[in-house]
Design a protein around this ligand. Structure first.
Ligand SMILES: [Zn+2]
Length: 65
């Protein structure tokens, strides 16, 4: 695990301030609220909206107001 628990605890999505979680592959940090995934480059999380990608999950309908 390249990213420490302490660091994960303070990392939040810059867009909606939701705490992010590591992806199963461990190559990114995901925000469950806006479904953006922020890349991890060289063990450094890139918490930039411009660098993020949005995961498409069409299994559940959008419930955001
Ligand atoms: Zn977010």
């Amino acid at each position: 695990m390249a990213i420490s628990k302490e660091l994960l605890d303070i990392l939040v999505c810059p867009l909606c301030k939701t705490p992010v979680k590591p992806t199963p592959a461990g190559d990114g940090l995901k925000c469950d609220t806006c479904r953006r995934v922020y890349p991890i480059r060289g063990d450094i999380p890139v918490m930039l909206i411009d660098e993020s990608r949005v995961e498409q999950e069409d299994r559940e309908p959008a419930t955001q107001s």
